[in-house]
Design a protein around this ligand. Structure first.
Ligand SMILES: Nc1ncnc2c1ncn2[C@@H]1O[C@H](COP(=O)(O)OP(=O)(O)O)[C@@H](O)[C@H]1O
Ligand SMILES: O=P(O)(O)OC[C@H](O)CO
Length: 497
């Protein structure tokens, strides 16, 4: 493959960093992946070391290129996609992070967000940012750092610190501190960005007491925005998008009304709403899907804060399985969960419930409950969250969804996808290339440098692997969801503020 050119996609996820070399046909010709350490210093807290994020990401970049026997001149452009909202704060001079990154799942700032609601600010925040006040978003995490890390606020006010989501941090490191940017999709997850004017919102910055000097410049999702220095010198960084928006693009949900759900650490259902930001009346988020050639498109999003991470928990903490993929066989060994329901509210509940104080709950245990029932209930808990989100999405969109495209690590699980179709009552479609997130970032970068001519040329690359159709009737679906809602009531507001 010596003389051909490729796109390099960097996919910095919650649990691992991945790098993929992608060719013009959209094939992944090399992939390298490294997990990195998760820190849980207190109940409800989740942290990453920014240096681990960088070393794992730069490590897989080098590995993927070596695996494909490629050098810098073979790479037409780099596309970056990342876990969103996770907040990094670092020193502009030394490049040293001032503390660990606070991860999107972290709940330490729940009471700060309650205070915003108590002050009646939720409608203003939703109107400007498309978001609902919640510890999930970057703003409260950044404020926490400024208020709790010794000297941070003074250094920030003196212009010495830089804030960024993980995309900003990676670009900063890839350009050796030359470029401090974020793209519109990542900015739209901070709760500091006005999704209508496409600028940092000065009123919110003042309200939250965040110095504007901390903020990165906001760029579009597709367009050259920096060049690598040192490692892989001189390559154009030409595409950036938060991982869920990148997956929406990678799944080619490019027309209004098309939707996808990605099952990774969490699960995220996004529906393209075109150039119109739809304000949700059903407690979904309005978010920027992408900005290409000056044209901004929006999406409605239902964020489920725990999905594949439940499977990881059964593997690492309960030792019920040795590998995530083993859950499918174990769950399939019983026909039902025998009345056991798991509500995966380990990090509170996201859309459409938004309960920061809900906690993970297992109900319906009897003496006959075995490992397999727990495994099956875990899978059911993941997909039942999505049924609540779909209902909200259809209400906001004012039309039923006919089909849901799926991807992400856990979408490989056929049983999970079958139960998903059962509880949604619609077709669930898995594409041949399940790497939608990395593909989306590659497409955004490739479009910017003319590697692909246009979106139409890319759309042909999307191909169906398998379609899952509902196998239960409406009456059964109604019963399953009613039981789920009873369990949900028991998980709500468990933790006391
Ligand atoms: N066959 C499977 N069944 C269920 N869950 C799975 C399966 N394979 C992987 N997972 C889960 O999917 C997640 C990994 O997916 P990935 O898309 O790489 O996540 P992320 O980008 O959030 O790090 C893990 O939480 C893992 O437990
Ligand atoms: O790491 P993932 O793939 O679960 O994605 C995390 C999301 O971006 C959080 O909003």
């Amino acid at each position: 493959m010596a003389d051909k050119q490729y796109i390099l996609a960097l996919d910095q996820g919650t649990t691992s960093s991945r790098a993929m070399v992608i060719d013009a046909a959209g094939n992944v010709v090399a992939l390298a992946q490294r997990p990195f350490e998760q820190h849980f210093p207190q109940p409800g807290w989740v942290e990453h070391c920014p240096m681990d994020i960088w070393s794992s990401q730069s490590g897989v970049l080098t590995e993927a290129l070596a695996a494909a026997d490629l050098e810098a001149h073979h790479i037409a452009a780099i596309g970056i996609t990342n876990q969103r909202e996770t907040t990094v704060l670092w020193d502009r001079e030394t490049g040293e992070p001032v503390c660990n990154a606070i991860v999107w799942q972290d709940r330490r700032t729940a009471s700060w967000c309650d205070a915003l609601r108590e002050r009646g600010l939720a409608p203003k925040i939703q109107e400007k940012t498309g978001l609902l006040p919640d510890a999930y978003f970057s703003a409260s995490k950044l404020v926490w750092m400024l208020d709790h890390v010794e000297g941070a606020r003074a250094r920030a006010e003196a212009g010495k610190l830089a804030f960024g989501t993980v995309d900003s941090w990676l670009v900063w490191k890839l350009t050796q501190g030359e470029t401090h940017i974020t793209d519109v999709t990542n900015a739209s997850r901070t709760m500091l960005f006005n999704i209508h004017t496409l600028e940092w919102d000065t009123e919110l910055l003042e309200l939250f007491n965040v110095p504007a000097s901390l903020l990165p410049k906001v760029v579009s999702s597709s367009g050259e925005c920096g060049r690598t220095r040192g490692l892989l010198d001189g390559i154009a960084i030409a595409g950036i998008a938060g991982d869920q928006q990148a997956a929406l693009f990678g799944q080619m949900c490019t027309r209004a009304g098309m939707a996808k759900c990605t099952y990774g650490t969490g699960a995220f259902m996004l529906m393209n709403t075109g150039e119109k930001p739809v304000t949700s009346k059903s407690r979904l988020l309005t978010t920027i899907a992408w900005q290409i050639d000056g044209r901004t498109e929006y999406a409605l999003e239902g964020s489920m804060l725990m999905a594949g991470a439940v499977v990881q928990w059964l593997r690492d903490e309960l030792h019920l399985i040795r590998k995530s993929s083993e859950i499918e066989e174990l769950a399939a060994s019983v026909p039902t969960s025998d009345g056991v329901v798991i509500v995966p509210a380990f990090a509170g509940l996201g859309a459409p419930h938004w309960d920061q104080y809900a906690r993970g709950t297992i109900v319906g245990l009897t003496r006959g409950t075995g490992r397999a029932h727990i495994a099956r209930a875990a899978l059911e808990g993941i997909v039942l969250q999505a049924a609540d989100v779909l209902e909200a999405m259809e209400a906001d969109a004012g039309m039923p969804l006919m089909q849901l495209r799926v991807d992400g690590g856990a979408a490989a699980n056929n049983l999970l996808m079958q139960i998903q179709s059962d509880v949604l009552g619609i077709e669930v479609v898995r594409p041949k290339n399940a790497e939608a997130t990395a593909l989306g970032a590659a497409y955004l970068a490739g479009l910017a440098v003319g590697y692909w001519a246009n979106t139409e040329a890319i759309a042909e690359q999307w191909q169906v692997d398998r379609i899952f159709k509902p196998e239960i009737d409406a009456e059964q679906r109604k019963r399953v969801r009613a039981t789920w809602h009873r369990a949900l009531d028991r998980a709500r507001e468990w933790e006391q503020a």
